[in-house]
Design a protein around this ligand. Structure first.
Ligand code: SDX
Length: 425
């Protein structure tokens, strides 16, 4: 695979170190630094800003051009022409399904949407006001207690069964978190509904009357799921891969991904965006918050802005903004005050030199919270929906890792602590 070489000269090492350079089908070449350990050297890259941790065929991002491809298909085209379950199939298999494959995939997912009845007892151990992400970390990890029949990570069929179980059960568990928080009975999934429809039905339906989700809201929900489905080697996906490298079972690995996603710098940003917009409260207070975001001494950040990779508009944010306008217009709430604050913030951030110089554009989380709020989903559930959406991405990367020869991930360090010393006599 190495068609080029890099040569590294290091003070104190006589000969230049020759390192293989590999080219992918898209994106920057990579330098294979593994020979450095033989020379007594490590690379140093806190935050993995310039480190390719693996080879992958699933998703490609070009941060400078604002490009996101799943299996080579641009996210904008998938958002317009595809749906979430079809993208789940694409992420898992690398190709779009034909009509028969799509039907079969959807039917298998439907057959796995119920959770073991014992799962409902787990909820009783939590306070009603527990954060739903805490419950999701616990319950998804606990799924492995029910499926001893399919935990052989070296068996491709077992890995496929786990993928179906996780994609199918995440909406059920997510809705159970919401129902538990409001003291309403859990709603069982229904096989006559589409994936997003079923989720809204489990969230907002009750045993007392028929609940038929609005097609516009179901389509918006499906598009939110689709836009969050995968995003290359982000923090939570890298966590899932690293957990998977130890041979941990897939449910435990996905639970570790949920935990990593929870942080406000990552998937927790959608909840943090809404809390920020509500904290700002009025367009007149925007300048004060902009100044705080620019102040290096102030920990406040404009949530929903900036991205490690995108140094251009996050392509998902553009689609999300269009969806936001559609949903609010459909619901007749397009004068939503928070949306006005959000649009004013975006306008300022795109003009202010601080943000322009640092290429801080709105990311996927900036508009999603406003749509979710308009649909009636409580802020505390926003990151749960991100976790639900990202499950096919996590499980696809976990599966890709286990589909070829692999070894446990074990980064090294630059040690600057005390040198060897003896225990005082
Ligand atoms: C997601 O990786 C993925 O793909 C993630 C994700 C996915 O789909 O999996 O896309 C989902 O996590 C999107 C990001 C959601 N997070 C937020 O919206 C939180 C707010 N954003 C920031 O915390 C930040 O932008 C990060 C965490 C997203 C990126 O952090 P980096 O790459 O480490 O960038 P940085 O903190 O080094 O920032 C560079 C500069 C700094 O200023 P200087 O030191 O150069 O003076 O930009 C500043 C930062 O202070 N900066 C911000 C800012 N983000 C960066 N200043 C104000 N507000 C912000 N939001």
């Amino acid at each position: 695979m190495a068609d080029k070489k890099a040569r590294l000269t290091v003070d104190g090492i006589e000969e230049a170190i020759e390192l293989p350079v590999y080219s992918g089908t898209e994106g920057p070449d990579v330098i294979d630094v593994r020979p450095l350990t033989g020379k007594g050297l490590f690379t140093y890259d806190p935050g993995f800003v310039s480190t390719a941790a693996c080879e992958s065929k699933i998703t490609y991002i070009d941060g400078e051009k604002g490009i996101l491809l799943h299996g080579g298909y641009p996210i904008e085209q998938l958002a317009d022409n595809s749906d979430y379950l079809e993208v789940c199939y694409l992420l898992l298999n690398g190709e779009l399904p034909n009509a028969e494959e799509k039907e079969q995939f959807s039917n298998i997912v439907k057959k796995h949407t119920m959770v073991h009845e014992q799962m409902s007892h787990f909820f009783n151990g939590f306070r009603r006001d527990a954060h739903p992400m805490a419950i999701m970390v616990a319950c998804v990890g606990a799924l492995s207690a029910f499926y001893h029949d399919s935990l052989d990570i070296n068996d491709a069929h077992h890995r496929e069964v786990c993928a179906f179980r996780l994609i199918a059960k995440m909406p059920t568990l997510a809705a159970m978190c919401y129902k538990y928080s409001i003291g309403q009975p859990f709603m069982y999934p229904r096989n006559d509904l589409g994936y997003a429809e079923n989720f809204l039905h489990m969230m907002f339906g009750t045993p007392c009357e028929e609940y038929k989700p609005s097609p516009v809201l179901a389509r918006a929900m499906d598009r939110i799921f689709l836009l969050h489905a995968d995003h290359e080697q982000n923090a939570s996906t890298s966590t899932v891969r690293l957990a998977g490298s130890s041979g941990a079972n897939p449910f435990a690995c996905i639970s570790s991904g949920i935990a990593a996603l929870w942080g406000p710098a990552h998937g927790g940003a959608n909840e943090a965006v809404l809390n920020m917009l509500e904290q700002i409260g009025d367009e007149d207070k925007i300048p004060e918050f902009i100044e705080r975001a620019k102040d290096p001494e102030d920990p406040f950040r404009l949530m929903g802005f900036g991205h490690r990779v995108y140094r251009n508009f996050d392509p998902r944010a553009k689609v999300m903004k269009a969806t936001c306008d559609q949903v609010l217009a459909e619901l007749g709430v397009d004068d939503e005050p928070l949306l006005r604050i959000a649009k004013r913030l975006e306008q300022i951030a795109l003009e202010d030199p601080y943000f322009v110089e640092r290429k801080l554009y709105p990311n996927v989380d900036f508009y999603s919270g406003i749509i979710l709020k308009a649909i009636g989903i409580p802020t505390s559930m926003f990151t749960v929906i991100f976790a639900l959406s990202r499950t096919p991405g996590w499980i696809s990367h976990w599966n890709e890792f286990h589909s070829s020869p692999n070894r446990i991930g074990r980064p090294r360090q630059l040690y600057t602590g005390p040198q060897k010393r003896d225990y005082p006599a």
